[in-house]
Ligand binder design. Sequence first.
Ligand code: SAM
Length: 176
Amino acid sequence: MKIYVLRIGHRPERDKRITTHVGLVARAFGASGFILGDINDKTVVNSLRKVLETWGGTMEILAGVNSLNYIIEWKKRGGEVIHLTMYGLPVDYVVDKIRNSRKDKLIVVGAEKVPPRYYEIADYNVSIGNQPHSEVSALAVFLDRLFEGKELYKRYVKSKIEIMPQVKGKKVVAKY
Ligand code: SAM
């Protein structure tokens, strides 16, 4: 089952850091793809590629695709679309159904104001609480609920380094 994250509404002049963090959360919380919709911001893409080079993993990264067309194609291929928004249904009401469907999942997160079309086209509009916070936190909580916490123990292929958890201090092992 593919789990991809689509970041829409990225504004290059102010969102580089937060969009990079959306990509980092996608990777670290178990997604297999990160799509930056409608714009190709090389700063964001290069930062994420560097993390993959060092820390491993096979997450696919795409930028500049048309978001709505991507969603339409995703659905045509049998996948489902989950839009994270504070206006949606509480995550606990829907996450079991989403997990059990076994369909590929495209998780959409916005920036400022998300156009109404995204609410209509999504199979699920899901809230992580009904207070405004951030695409980074919303994505992390959603993926953690989807994977029931198991994603935190995933190991990453082709990593150059790996952390050995310590009671105190830092231990990092070079793998080759
Ligand atoms: N008005 C926006 C909304 O619809 O959720 C809040 C904008 S917020 C700065 C940017 C993104 O963070 C949203 O598009 C949404 O994906 C995510 N987000 C923020 N709060 C959320 C919440 N409580 N539940 C789910 N997603 C949230």
